[in-house]
Write a protein that binds this ligand. Structure first.
Ligand code: C2E
Ligand code: MG
Ligand code: MG
Length: 698
């Protein structure tokens, strides 16, 4: 079309039109193409002849919502300029997302005779100051992503700082989108999203920036205006644009948004500070309820907002890949081998560091973010275990914690099924850990959900057992495979007779109901041996390993590391006596005296140490001093009576302590009382008798 090849152009406008790196398409009032510039041909792959005379629909890919075109026609036929994003199809079938501005052209009489479309690929607005070639875009909408937004904000901050002007950051949360996603599925949600984007695009000025920061969150940067009234107007326009119901596939939905506003330089001087301020304002608006608007105020930053802070940051944790899984081995107390792992989530925040689940899971529960987090955890855990399996490491199951909210969400069984299908993990290797409180809510429904999950082939375990209010009888209604005794019972299992009997009774009853029992929080060998003797099936705890990153767990599996359970087994046959006294020379004298008898002799300098040894070793006879620091002999032997009733217990005390000891004798805590100093021969005889008494019971 250009005929200015030689010499200076006599029509500079024509040259500009031919060379400008923007697609220009002119149509008549009916939409028939009358002119295209070389760039429009280049982008679309058509020659001018293939386009001129055809309707502009030739560009349409069929993916841009009809409502967008309707809106475009309504705007331009009313004589106004329309701009927005459309997905166009090229001659070779590929698609290209373009930002398009369409202006009506009038004749002298004021009648619209033509339309001029100015198009740019990649959605970077031709006139925008934000134009960047390397923009990272949200794949669905083609809008800049959150990271892109941050980069552009940083540049703006630099530029605007010099010019002294201000700008505003509007942070929008679509109130109903998550719900829509869950009820209507991803395809319908994507369509609604495209319509939302088309509408929002029409509601901002060409020079403003829209970014999609998360699945249901947008940021709008109002260039050049940090004025409160202008921000309010802009928010109003955005809300208006969303006001009409959106119809997708015959279903009508309504969308509203909640908005938080931060202004530069008033509320923050860096991109990060601004975004944080806008998020704090959004959180405050969310707490106000309704689809409100809040401006950032300094109080929002100074009030105790650690929770608020976490809430806003947590929104991105999954998308930004900040979540990590650590794995803690679960071991068989029969074979000592690793039989499973529990996946425990951690949040590696770039600034705050490693945040434990106790700090953010409850917040994630309250805000509903737990569903996304839970899905991520399940998927990642299954993927990891499948990877270990394909590396030939021993096949262990993986336990994933399910929050009550996730357990009650209607999509859970489908999610579980699709995670298993996508990762290729056999269902029997996945175990879901529920809490008592989760299954206590709406029990009839809970029973059905558990049944559905079991039918998928996954296993179910009940976490933190003993801390809730459920009874074992009640639990028999649920198809639960494992009970996990809460660590609060395990912590003092060797010293607290009450907790010890709860644990042992739980184990016995759970076995009667055919369930496997896992003890949580096992930190010492003594706790482990106690549980093992109480017939507990499996254990998990720092004693063997803390929760560790996948790589370290892989090494544990590869090395075949396991619990050493052999030592005690061989020693259980030997007659064993435990001597407890805080005076070393008394212990020495007793040891010398009893060595000839062939007993295995254990000694402790106090009650606490004595309890530890009792947990570690099978002991038949105990001889304890009465007056000891920390725990008296009577106290110690009374606990031993509760914890190990089959032992034979003797007190070795000064004569003056007789009155204290008698009571313990009467309660059965002490079998015999021997005064200090003792007669060697008589004592040896008493101890032989004690072993004789102990033997039939062991
Ligand atoms: P939980 O499921 O009962 O997990 C066991 C917790 O005990 C873990 O804490 C673990 O690190 C800790 N632990 C393990 N062995 C020992 C031990 O020997 N001594 C002591 N003192 N602690 C031990 P963590 O990782 O901080 O997790 C705390 C809780 O957060 C979990 O309790 C679970 O309820 C929740 N949680 C963790 N990950 C997830 C998740 O992905 N989703 C959900 N919904 N909740 C999770
Ligand atoms: Mg757990
Ligand atoms: Mg637990």
């Amino acid at each position: 079309m250009s005929d200015e090849k030689n010499g200076l152009p006599d029509d500079p406008y024509h040259l500009i039109v031919e060379r400008v790196p923007l697609g220009l398409v002119m149509t008549d009032a009916e939409g028939t193409i009358t002119y295209v510039n070389p760039r429009a041909c280049e982008t679309s792959g058509y020659s001018p002849e293939e386009l001129i005379g055809h309707n502009a629909r030739i560009f349409s890919a069929g993916a841009t919502p009809q409502a967008t075109y309707r809106q475009m026609w309504a705007t331009i036929s009313a004589g106004r300029i329309w701009h927005g994003h459309v997905l166009n199809r090229c001659k070779n079938g590929s698609t290209v997302t373009e930002y398009m501005q369409v202006s009506p052209l009038r004749d002298d009489a004021g009648r619209i005779t033509h339309y001029l479309a100015v198009k740019e690929e990649k959605l970077v607005r031709p006139e925008s100051r934000f134009a960047r070639r390397t923009a990272t875009l949200d794949p669905l909408t083609g809008l800049p992503s959150r990271s892109e937004l941050l980069q552009q904000l940083e540049e703006m901050v630099g530029r605007v700082y010099e010019s002294g002007a201000g700008f505003a950051l509007l942070y929008l949360h679509l109130d109903q989108f998550r719900n829509l996603y869950q009820t209507s599925g991803p395809i319908a949600a994507d369509k609604v999203m495209l319509e939302v984007v088309a509408r929002l695009s029409t509601a901002v000025r060409a020079d403003d920036l829209i970014a999609r920061c998360a699945s249901d969150e947008f940021a709008v940067v109002l260039n050049d205006s940090s004025d409160e009234a202008i921000c309010r107007q802009a928010t109003h326009r955005l809300l208006q644009a969303l006001a009409a119901p959106i119809t997708v596939d015959g279903h009508m939905t309504e969308m509203t948004c909640t908005t938080g506003v931060a202004r530069f330089p008033l509320d923050g001087e860096t991109a990060d500070e601004l975004l944080r301020a806008a998020l704090l304002a959004l959180s405050a608006a969310t707490r106000d309820g309704g689809s409100g608007l809040r401006f950032f105020t300094p109080e929002l930053a100074t009030q105790d907002n650690s929770e608020l802070d976490i809430t806003s940051l947590l929104r991105y944790a999954v998308e930004r890949g900040e979540l990590r899984l650590h794995y803690q081995p679960q071991l068989s107390l029969r074979s000592g081998q690793v039989v499973g792992v529990e996946a425990l989530v951690r949040w590696q925040h770039p600034v705050k560091g490693l945040i434990p689940p106790g700090l953010f899971i409850p917040i994630a529960e309250d805000t509903g973010l737990i569903i996304g987090i839970g899905e991520w955890v399940m998927r990642e855990a299954c993927r990891q275990v499948k990877e270990w399996q394909s590396l030939g490491l021993s096949s262990v199951h993986v336990a994933v914690n399910l929050s009550a909210r996730h357990f009650h969400s209607s999509t859970l069984p489908d999610t579980v099924a699709s995670v298993l299908a996508d990762t290729g993990l056999e269902a029997k290797y996945l175990e879901l850990e529920l809490t008592e409180s989760a299954i206590m809510q709406d029990t009839a429904k809970a029973v059905r959900v558990v049944d559905r999950l079991r039918n998928l082939g996954v296993h179910i375990s009940l976490d933190d057992f003993g801390t809730g209010y459920s009874s074992l009888a009640y639990l028999s209604r649920f198809q639960i495979d494992r009970l996990k005794i809460d660590q609060s019972f395990v912590r003092d299992i060797t010293t607290n007779p009450v907790n010890a009997s709860i644990a042992t009774a739980t184990i016995a009853m759970a076995h009667k109901l055919g369930k496997i029992v896992v003890a949580e929080g096992v930190e010492t060998q003594a706790q482990m041996e106690f549980l093992r003797r109480g017939d507990c099936d499996e254990m998990q705890g720092y004693y063997f390993s803390r929760p560790v990153p996948a790589e370290e767990l892989g090494q544990i599996l590869r090395s075949g590391k396991h619990l050493d359970l052999s030592a005690e087994a061989s020693a259980t046959q030997t007659d064993t006596i435990l001597l407890v006294d805080d005076e070393p020379n008394i212990l020495n004298a007793l040891r010398r005296l009893l060595r000839r008898e062939g007993y295995r002799i254990l000694t402790a300098s106090g009650g606490a140490e004595g309890l530890e040894l009792l947990a570690l070793h099978a002991v038949q006879v105990i001889v304890s001093d009465q007056r000891m620091p920390g725990m008296s002999g009577v106290e110690f032997l009374s606990k031993v009576k509760e914890l190990y009733p089959q032992t034979v217990r003797m007190s070795l005390s000064g004569y003056s302590e007789i009155s204290t000891v008698t009571d313990a004798i009467n309660k059965g805590a002490i079998w015999k009382y021997i005064t200090k100093p003792w007669d060697d021969e008589a004592l040896v005889k008493e101890i032989r008798d004690a072993f004789r008494l102990a033997r039939p019971a062991t």
